[in-house]
Design a protein around this ligand. Structure first.
Ligand code: NAP
Length: 546
């Protein structure tokens, strides 16, 4: 049992219908829907509260990059109407409060065993059940296993020589202390300039004595232009809500647009539209012109515009040059959304170190040493990201049919039919898994779609007395090939991004999310066709192709 646990309890055992791993937005809705169906369910969550990403990522400046009004569940109309977001882009405490509110409102908390990590899950072919074992001694047998483990939930810090000798405090943005951190009077090193670094650096710089930012790759970032939400904003949202719902329940959007429009426009027209979208702020900048993600000429125009904005904002030309991204097309790494990020480099207490010119050689007890200089520091902040999309799943010892190990099944990269199910791992579903739109979509919408699809599937199985559903390996291969083909038509594979697994040494380089159009329709068609591409069975020996 975890030391100092808030949750004393006896280990759980016996047979239930479903186990859900994770109590973020995916796990919460899944548990709610399974219980609504009359199933016996058990949720397991490593943290001591709900909220997933928003439970762990409490670093200063943590904020959603999807507008709050759209970062809400759509399945509870009354909740939608009652909950009042205060800002265009909600900060982490408000989103965590929302997750807690939903858990209380729907009494989901009693379904979850907190401070509990799932260690292993083994498929028992004789019973068509998963045997799930946790670090609290639980051993449950469940018909269905649902991994709501999140796409960015396994923080990773690089193995820099000497890091273990560092005498000061060390933090990771993705596992931030719940009591907060006071950097007043401290000299702080921040390593990493992805979304988490870009959000936290201005806040840390406003408090600390000095911040040295160690940047390996500069990133494109668009100002959030965050504002309080007014009554008018909310009234406008409700006016367009039916269209929004029609869109999120529709066939599914992909990336694209017509590059010709941008290229046919005059430089003045192009710039005016970039300015307009820059003024609105946020990730929507990438929709300023069609083709930004698919056509390098259009992309270059957008990238040049942002590089120009960086040069206008950052007073020191050398620092501005270092902050201008040049090694990847804009948007092919997750575009960042910031508040005063580039402005922060005009502060006298902020130094930027370009690790491409002077790499870190070692961390010493009180300093970070690069090939050019030694920087004394009191505290180290790793904003170095996550083992994305696969890390949390591979951290569980999952053995499917015939004892097949998930680590083996995914040795060449993650493979999942529709990003929902893995061949060889029957009765197991992933919420927003690799091969589905997930991290390239509004996560809340994608979570709802997956939960509802899984519920439909379980209902179908119960109605027809099926005890097993297994993705067909050939259909899975076809889907994985399709996911790759679609990605190859875009500029995404040109970046060494976490979408590609490129941030983890040795991780296979495969573009993980699905960016094609019509994903929702495809999932609905599969279900309507009796779960095409799956084999359904009533007993282990009785198999019906779906
Ligand atoms: P990230 O995007 O993977 O960025 C990690 C940063 O650490 C990169 O700048 C990376 O440099 C650097 N890094 C990694 N290893 C390093 C090393 N050995 N030495 C020096 N630098 C190193 O991680 P993140 O910023 O946590 O963001 C991950 C994702 O979470 C985002 O893309 C986004 O999807 C999500 N997120 C969203 C929000 C939001 O909603 N606003 C906020 C935070 C995070 P390289 O680029 O050179 O690898």
């Amino acid at each position: 049992m975890a030391d100092g646990s808030k949750f004393e309890r006896a280990p759980k055992s016996g047979e239930i219908d479903a186990v859900v791993v994770g109590a973020g937005f995916g796990g919460l809705y899944m548990l709610h829907k399974l219980r609504e169906l009359g199933l016996s369910v058990q949720g397991f969550e490593a943290g001591d509260g709900v909220g997933g990403t928003w439970y762990w990522n409490r670093y200063p400046g943590a904020r959603c990059d999807v507008p709050s009004l759209f970062y809400s569940y759509t399945w509870d109309d009354a909740l939608q109407k009652e909950w009042r977001w205060t800002e265009k882009y909600a900060a982490q405490p408000e989103i965590l409060a929302y997750a807690n509110h939903v858990a209380d409102r729907h009494d989901i908390r009693p379904l979850i065993a907190f401070e509990t990590r799932v260690l292993s899950a083994t498929f028992d072919e004789a019973a068509d059940r998963w045997v799930v074992v946790t670090d609290r001694g639980d051993e449950l047998s469940a018909r269905w296993l649902i991994l709501a483990t999140g796409c960015l939930s396994t923080p990773r810090a690089p193995a820099i020589p000497g890091v273990e000798t560092f005498a000061g405090e060390t933090y990771h943005t993705g596992a931030w202390p719940h009591e907060g951190v006071d950097f007043t009077g401290k000299t702080v090193a921040v390593i990493g300039t992805g979304s988490s670094g870009i959000q936290s650096i201005p806040q840390i710089a406003a408090q600390a004595k000095h911040v040295t930012v160690f940047q390996r790759t500069p990133n494109f970032s668009v100002p959030a232009n965050n504002t309080p939400l007014t009554d008018k904003d909310i009234a406008d949202f409700w006016k367009m809500y039916p269209d929004y719902i029609a869109m999120v329940k529709g066939p599914g959007m992909g990336f694209g647009g017509n590059p010709a429009n941008a290229l046919a426009a005059t430089p003045e027209e192009r710039r005016a539209r970039f300015e307009e979208f820059w003024g609105v702020g946020g990730a929507g900048f990438l929709a300023a012109w069609g083709g930004i993600i698919t056509d390098i000429e259009v992309n270059d125009e957008a990238a040049n515009f942002v590089r120009g904005k960086i040069a206008e904002t950052v007073k020191d030309p050398e620092t501005a040059r270092r902050l201008q991204p040049r090694d990847h097309p804009i948007g092919t790494k997750r575009i960042c959304v910031d508040i005063d990020y580039f402005e922060t480099y005009n502060r006298p207490n902020v130094t930027l170190v370009n690790l491409r010119e002077s790499p870190i050689e070692a961390i010493e007890p009180n300093a970070v040493r690069t090939s050019e200089a030694t920087y004394p520091v009191d505290a180290l902040v790793f904003a170095t990201g996550f083992d994305a999309m696969t890390g949390a799943i591979l951290a569980i010892d999952i053995k499917g049919a015939g004892g097949a190990e998930i680590k083996q099944a995914w040795a060449e990269g993650p493979k999942a039919y529709l990003g929902l199910a893995i061949a060889g791992f029957p009765n197991m579903f992933i919420i927003t898994g690799p091969g589905s739109p997930s991290v390239l979509s509004n996560m809340i919408n994608s979570i709802e779609q997956h939960v509802e699809w899984i519920i439909g599937c379980i209902e179908h199985m119960r109605e027809h007395g099926f005890t097993r559903i297994a993705a067909d390996p050939e259909m899975q291969e076809k889907w994985v090939a399709h996911v790759r083909r679609v990605a190859d038509k875009t500029l995404f594979p040109r970046a060494a991004s976490w979408y590609m697994g490129a941030n983890i040494p040795g991780k296979p380089r495969v573009f993980m999310p699905y960016i094609g159009v019509g994903y929702r329709k495809k999932c609905a068609d599969v279900a309507a066709a009796g779960y095409e591409g799956f084999a359904l069975a009533k007993e282990p020996s009785d198999v019906h192709a779906g």
